[in-house]
Design a protein around this ligand. Structure first.
Ligand code: NAD
Length: 446
């Protein structure tokens, strides 16, 4: 009888244990990063719960539904413990993490005061920055170098110095959204990229200098912004060569998170969509950066891709061929980090009769992003310790967290949140030698 599970490889190769300290190098100590760092410390001290984090609060079902076996994810796979995490980072401003968190105004003063000595001690290293790539920022705490290769070497030196104090390192970009860059010749191979570093090729953005340094040092790299960064052949090659896992880009937090929940539901029920208008107001520094058309273009590309892939207009022309999809982001300072995202969705049903859905998500951007940052670094560290995953480059199973999942060349990305969730959990089952869960379940009716 066909079962709800599928042949698990009971001989999974051994995953190295998560012993010792895990160093997390955060690029950009702004709203998301400081909410992430302060949040981890608050949880460690028992002041709050890690809500929104699958690695900390999620469970995973193993075996049959009748087995009643659903351990916590963190008890099932060998993840680094929060107590073993050590943070450092870079920023273009000299503010320490306490000052930057106070400036971001995401967390309440009382919470920050309780954590003040810890947060104050995390001071940014000077950043690799060039205003050409983020027009709205004027960096003052910036590395100087004779060319981009020299800057990459300085980041490598930062990584090596940090490595002396911890056992393993992961890097995560929580920096600003850079201008839109199309892949070009310089991105096509490691050799071309390295020549570009020497020649100061304009196609190499600061985020790529950090990523190059990380991957060269065997350090996994996650990208919270929609920047091109590792989405190029040179970085995929480097990631595989040095067993330094990468994943997609741009934290999937507010509006796109909702979109990748709703759109699959419409498709599953064969409801048509004629229009989807999404607009946002937000007033944090991210909003200010995105007010620049060139940075907005990068974000827009990341946000727009989602619907086409989920709705598959080629397969369902009657339902989705003529969809009008628009995304706007408006900088509105009074709201700070508390973004409001509106969606107006024009759908149609039986015999083509129109209906409308309105979503008004009054969210908190960094509160949604922080647990994603945590899960990504913990899972990338796990991938680096897992023989089957460490040298494959792109970790598609982490698409769950990202607006722009990265895939093998020629493969379309899965954007549907529930497919992504199943893929993630089945990957965990797989690497632990457990049966995969298919949800078939005919065996219960034998
Ligand atoms: N919060 C969310 O829901 C969310 C969702 C998806 C993506 N993002 C992305 O995450 C990133 C961070 O968001 P945020 O709200 O924390 O923004 P932020 O402006 O508060 O923080 C970004 C920080 O990066 C620093 N920075 C910029 N360029 C740098 C460089 N080259 N090196 C080092 N530091 C640099 C800035 O000085 C700033 O402190 C943005 O790109 C944003 O688009 C956020």
């Amino acid at each position: 009888m066909a079962t709800e599970q599928q042949g698990g490889p009971k001989t999974a190769a051994k995953i190295a244990p998560a012993t010792g300290k895990l160093g997390i190098m955060v690029v950009g100590l702004g709203a998301v990063a400081t909410t992430f760092i302060a949040g981890v410390e608050a949880v460690r001290r028992g002041l709050a719960k890690p809500i929104g984090s699958l690695t900390q609060m999620g469970t995973i079902r193993l075996g049959k539904r009748t087995d009643n076996k659903s351990p916590l994810v963190r008890d099932f796979v060998p993840l680094a413990r929060l107590d073993d995490i050590v943070f450092t980072g870079w920023d273009i401003f000299e503010d320490n993490v306490y000052e930057s968190a106070a400036h971001a105004k995401v967390l309440e003063k009382d919470t920050l005061l309780q954590l003040k000595p810890y947060l104050e001690a995390i001071k940014p290293l000077p950043a690799v920055f060039d205003q050409y790539y983020v027009k709205r920022l004027h960096g003052t705490h910036v590395k100087k170098g004779k060319n981009k290769r020299d800057l990459a070497d300085q980041v490598v030196a930062d990584i090596r110095a940090f490595k002396k104090t911890v056992d393993r390192v992961v890097m995560i970009w929580c920096g600003s959204t850079e201008i839109f860059i199309e892949p070009s010749a310089v991105h096509q191979s490691i050799e071309a990229f390295e020549a570009g570093l020497e020649n100061n090729d304009i196609g190499i953005a600061p985020s790529q200098i950090y990523a190059y340094a990380a991957l060269s040092e065997g350090v996994p790299f996650a990208n919270g912004a929609p920047n091109l960064t590792v989405d190029i052949p040179a970085m995929i090659e480097l990631s595989k060569k040095n067993a330094a896992p990468i994943c997609g880009k741009d934290f999937k937090t507010g509006q796109t998170f909702m979109k990748t929940v709703l759109a699959p539901a419409f498709k599953a029920r064969l409801l048509g969509v004629s229009g989807w208008y999404s607009t946002n107001i937000l007033g944090n520094r991210d909003g200010e950066v995105l007010d620049d058309p060139e940075s907005f273009k990068t974000k827009e590309e990341s946000k727009l891709g989602v619907l086409d892939y989920i709705l598959q207009p080629d397969l369902y022309p009657d339902l989705y061929k003529d969809i009008f999809h628009k995304v706007r982001i408006n900088y509105y300072p009074p709201r700070g980090d508390n973004k409001e995202g509106w969606d107006n969705i024009d759908i149609f049903g039986w015999l083509g009769y129109p209906m409308q859905i309105k979503v008004d998500f009054l969210c908190r951007d960094s509160i949604l992003a922080a647990p994603i940052a945590l899960d990504l670094v913990l899972f990338l560290d796990l991938a680096r310790r897992t023989p089957e995953l460490r040298s494959i480059g792109i970790q598609e199973w982490l698409s769950f967290y990202l607006k722009s999942p990265q895939t093998a060349p020629g493969l379309y990305p899965e954007h549907d949140l529930f497919i992504q969730s199943m893929k993630l959990k089945n990957t965990l089952r797989h690497i632990m030698g457990e049966d995969l869960i298919t949800h078939l379940g005919l065996e219960y009716y034998d």
